[in-house]
Write a protein that binds this ligand. Structure first.
Ligand code: GLC
Length: 476
């Protein structure tokens, strides 16, 4: 089967969040099953020179975006069995940040249009066109008509994956004809119309032949306005073509046995190296070097839906307990400020690493005892799975993929700690219980670690589920 995967970020070329990890590892898992998988992404300024040197320039064309005919260069490289296409347009993509520009709507409309028109220039017919999140939401929408005039797309089916429904791509309706180049009839309730505006994610849910989201629990939660941010009615309307498939993680990248970027390697039956990692982490981030005190870590963007209001509310309470904390990440000023203050107030016990660092994050996954994710909502979450791979026990709120991956203490095969309500006291209580278990029951602690480290978080199972959908849609 031929599969074209479109995403606005793809690891290892360019990454701001979990979407890049998925776009960087799901295609590999599909290719490993013998399929021809290709991935298309924008050629941002941030795609580094070492990658650019490996690229070939294939051809260029001019895309059609209403009255605009923007240049579209196509570069390509092959890596681990996957062909990557990079869409080059310096006006849209030669910018410092990949998101957050006044014209993001236009930039990603252009990219989506380029993905569709690219197919018309290839000697290859995708059976499946798989788009992700609002940035590529127009791909399944454009396909509705493009299948009739681009021969390569005549039999192509579309899949749209929701990684986070909070970001929908909502714009004034004046963009419909003038920018998106769509017929005014697309502004209807079963397509793009949304309270007088255009909503790209809504349109994609209606237009796609199939819709997935990144965990079974999130798929259920999306029926409620609290989680669906206004699209709950659309989800219910389309529920017969929506399923939740849990993400996997790149198990070779996150493997304590390989010891990449960590102080010592270890495995589930030889955990000794983890002690070295803890000491190295304490040293690296300025925490008191003490093997006996439980060390709790957060690695996250510091934004409200990740549950940082709970953490900042609970901080004084938590720091009354005998524990250490390290927070790694950047985000909203109010959380950064709260963590800077805590670091000053509790030297040697609270460490604020307000930056993005892939190498430090590995050291944190390996060196911490506990990994905290109190998310208000979490479509899937990858960090809790990565933490478990490193024998670091997760403490999570029971939402989305967190609920689907962390089996709490008390149940068979337990591998972590959970709490149900968005409540700082409930969270503190579970953290206290976790620290007690750490101190008083090393045997059970080790059991929990081993359960997490030996759980299957690979892409094997999930990739099979995606393939089942592709087969069903194409009849192949
Ligand atoms: C988004 C979600 C996160 C998910 C990731 C990959 O970043 O917020 O929960 O793991 O996408 O699907």
């Amino acid at each position: 089967m031929n599969i074209l995967f479109a995403a606005s970020e793809v690891a290892p070329f360019i990454k701001t969040g979990g979407l890049a990890d998925v776009a960087g590892s799901l295609p590999q898992a599909l290719a490993a099953q013998g399929h021809d998988v290709r991935v298309v992404l924008p050629l941002y300024e941030g795609v580094g020179a070492p990658w650019r040197e490996k690229m070939d320039f294939l051809f260029h064309f001019h895309a059609t975006l209403a009255w605009r005919t923007p240049y579209c260069g196509v570069f390509s490289l092959k890596r681990e069995g996957i062909t990557y296409y990079f869409i080059d347009n310096e006006y849209y993509f030669k910018r410092g940040q990949i998101y957050g520009h006044y014209d993001d709507g236009e930039r990603f409309a252009y990219f989506s249009r380029a993905v569709i028109e690219l197919c018309g220039h290839l000697d290859w017919k995708p059976d499946i066109l798989h788009a992700n999140d609002w940035q590529t939401a127009l791909v399944p929408i454009y396909l509705l008509e493009a299948r009739y005039y681009i021969p390569q797309l005549a039999n192509t089916r579309s899949v749209f994956t929701i990684h986070n429904i909070e970001y929908q791509g909502r714009y004034g309706k004046e963009i419909l004809v003038d920018l998106l180049g769509l017929n005014p009839s697309y502004l209807n309730e079963k397509m793009l119309a949304y309270y007088g505006d255009v909503n790209l994610m809504k349109g994609a849910i209606y237009a796609a032949d199939f819709v997935t989201t990144v965990s079974p629990t999130y798929a259920q939660e999306l029926h409620y306005s609290f989680y669906a941010h206004g699209l709950e009615g659309v989800i219910s309307d389309c529920q017969s073509k929506i399923v939740g498939i849990l993400n996997g993680v790149d198990t070779s990248l996150y493997d304590p046995a390989r010891g990449q970027k960590i102080a010592a390697s270890y495995t589930h039956n030889k955990l000794g190296g983890k002690k070295t990692c803890k000491q190295a982490l304490q040293q690296a981030v300025g925490l008191r070097e003490d093997p006996s005190v439980p060390l709790i870590a957060c690695v996250s963007r510091l934004v409200s839906h990740k549950g940082f209001d709970l953490l900042t509310a609970a901080l004084p309470n938590l720091m009354d307990m005998d524990l250490q904390m390290v927070v790694l990440g950047t985000g909203d000023w109010k959380y950064e400020e709260a963590f800077r203050t805590a670091a000053a107030q509790y030297p040697g016990r609270f460490s604020a690493q307000l930056m993005y660092s892939a190498s430090l994050s590995n050291a944190v996954y390996a060196g911490a005892d506990l990994f905290l994710m109190p998310s208000v909502s979490e479509p899937c979450g990858l960090s809790q799975m990565i933490a478990m791979r490193y024998g670091t026990l997760p403490i999570v709120r029971e939402t989305g993929g967190l609920k689907d991956t962390v089996i709490p203490v008390g149940l068979p095969d337990a591998r972590g700690f959970t709490f149900a309500d968005i409540n700082a006291n409930d969270m503190s209580h579970v953290i206290w219980e976790a620290t007690q278990l750490y101190r008083n029951d090393p045997k059970q602690w080790k059991k929990l670690q081993i359960n997490g480290m030996t759980a299957d978080f690979s892409w094997k199972g999930p990739a099979k589920k995606y393939l089942d959908i592709y087969h069903r849609l194409t009849g192949k």
